[in-house]
Structure formats: C-alpha cells, structure tokens
Ligand binder design. Sequence first.
Ligand code: KG4
Ligand code: ZN
Length: 359
Amino acid sequence: MADEPLVLGIETSCDETGVGIVRGTTLLADAVASSVNDHARFGGVVPEIASRAHLEAMVPTIQRALDTAGIKGSDLDGIAVTAGPGLAGALLVGVSAAKAYAWALDKPLYGVNHLASHICVDQLEHGRLPQPTMALLVSGGHSSLLLSADITTDVRPLGSTIDDAAGEAFDKIARVLGLGFPGGPVVDRMARDGDPKAIRFPRGLSGPKDPEYDFSFSGLKTAVARWVEAKRRAGETVPIADVAASFQEAVTDVLTRKAVKACKDSGVDHLMIGGGVAANSRLREMAQQRCDKAGIVLRVPRPGLCTDNGAMVAALGSEMVWRDRAPSSFDLSADSSLPVTEVSVPHTDLHAAAHEALR
Ligand code: KG4
Ligand code: ZN
C-alpha cells in the first residue's frame, strides 16, 4: 500500500554491508556487499577488515538499493540501522552512515536491535507476525529462544547458548573436516550424501535436570573433533558426509525439540526460525515435521533473508513507524552488547531538544 511507511535499513553488525528498502511489509530492495571472502583465509571474521569493508561499501550499497527500489532518499519516511549487538567497529560504520543520511535528508532515525530484526524480516515473506510469536534465532553469533508479544517493544529471552552459537559449531566442524569457511552451507551440502544416523553424537543440555531452553554446542564440537581425530590416527578414511550429516542431525534435533517445547509450554502456536543457520535444509525439514505434529504454524523466511541483510532492519524500522514508536535521538551510539530486550534504542528528550535547537 502506498501509504505504508517507506524505510531504508542499514545492517553492518558483522561482515555483511546490507541495505534494504521496505514499504510496510513489502521488500523493494535488498542490496548486500559481503566481505566474507576477505575473512576466509583467517577462518573467521576479522573485525578490522569487516569495518574497513563496510566503509568502502556503504555509499555504493545505499545507492544501489535506492536505484533498485526506484526511489529517492527524500521519499523515505525513516532510516533504520542496527545499533547492536555486533562488532563494535562494524556497527559504528552503519550507525554513522544512518545518522549522516537521516540528518542530511531530515528523516527520523531508528536504532534497532539486530536480533529483533532477524525476527521481523519474516513479515516480508509471510505478512505481519502474530502476537505472540516464538522465535528460534540461530546464527554465527547467537542461538536464542525468544518470545515476542510485540516485535517493536517486547522481546523476552527464554534461553540461549551457554557456549558456542549454532553457526559457530558448523564453522568449527567444517574447519575440522577441512571444508573451508563459512562452514554452514558446505556442511549442509555434504550432509545430503551422508547418513544422519551413522554416528550418535551427544545432544547438549538434554538431560532431565538441564535447563530446558538453553543450548550447548561445545561438547558436541569436541566429540566430533575427537571422533575425526581417532579415525585419522588409525589411518582410516574419514567418512566426511556421514560426519557432517550426524553432526547436523545432533544440532537440529536439539534446536527443534527445545523450540517446540517452548511453544507448547508457553501456549504459543507460531514459531519463526531466523538467523543464518535457519538456511539449513535439515533444520527446516525437521522443524516442519515437528511443528506439524504439534499443531504449530512454522514460519521460516527464505534463506537469503535468514542471513544478515539490510531488509530485516528496514522491516523492523517500517514496523516502528507503522506503530508510531518514537525514533532514536541523534546521539544514538552503537552498542556491541545491546540486550535483546532493547528492541530499539530509546529517544532521549535532552538530545532531541538539542537537535531541534541546532536546526
Ligand atoms: O545470521 P548470519 O548471516 O550472521 C550472524 O549474525 O552470525 O549467520 C552466519 C552463520 C554462519 O555461522 C554460517 O556458517 C551459518 O550461519 N550458516 C549455516 C547455513 N548457512 C549459513 N549453517 C548451517 N546451514 C546452512 N545452510
Ligand atoms: Zn545475524
């Protein structure tokens, strides 16, 4: 609808410079410049390399998004940006750019939470989220179960990983198997030719006395590394596809079991899965089977929207405008450890007044 808020979103929390443009719940542009190849030889994201890449990519990526959407900056109703959590230097580039554009174009600025954006992106695919919605967010930096009663104001953590994030485990296992970085997509691909029951790897925090909604992947990671190491030491060939499939099965089994349990316990009948690991084909398949069985409606955005992108930030920004939430002040700062409960960075009257006085 033409009267729905038109918002540009900027995402720079990790290695993707993402700029999305959304009108209401409709995606108009999703431009991404990734520095992932610059990090590959280090086996993980190098913060300083990511920050420099954001700086170089920012203006061209914004221009590309505007061109794709066929709009001018002056048409926008607001500019949203990931304020955290993420890499401090990387976030700073996005926040500074968002401030500059918002100031120059005289548009409201919305500093939003990266995790809430991962949830909200699903609106671009499946329409407005029901309230409440359970969200399982699984990526290279986070693995959390979140309950959201209102995606612009109310996101509550039920559980999270106590050690590695799910995506981190995929990346580490890929390294052990010599498959390169990032590990998720290649493990997913290799696992298609493997037997998920070949090796019974441990399911972390799944005992009767363990916390119900927390996750742990470091024991699994060690178990896989030891198993592979023992094979190599014995001079045997490592059955890479079987290891990949069995590891992936252990991760997805725990993630989907806990997510469905959280829905049942809280009486919530909608589950969304987001974050880079939500691109995993086995996770999507198993979640669908278990949700169908439990009478839960599963919502998973297409893989391109699960990994970090600007569209998710624009989606949440547009929802903020739609629901008439207060914008952030221009003293907005990047917060590398922004708590998930802070969906947006609040407006401070003092700075808003100073801003007005300066205009
Ligand atoms: O959300 P994201 O793009 O960035 C973070 O915020 O971390 O997630 C990246 C993570 C990486 O660890 C990557 O290996 C993982 O998502 N990933 C996958 C798949 N595609 C990406 N993990 C499993 N299966 C996949 N198909
Ligand atoms: Zn992310």
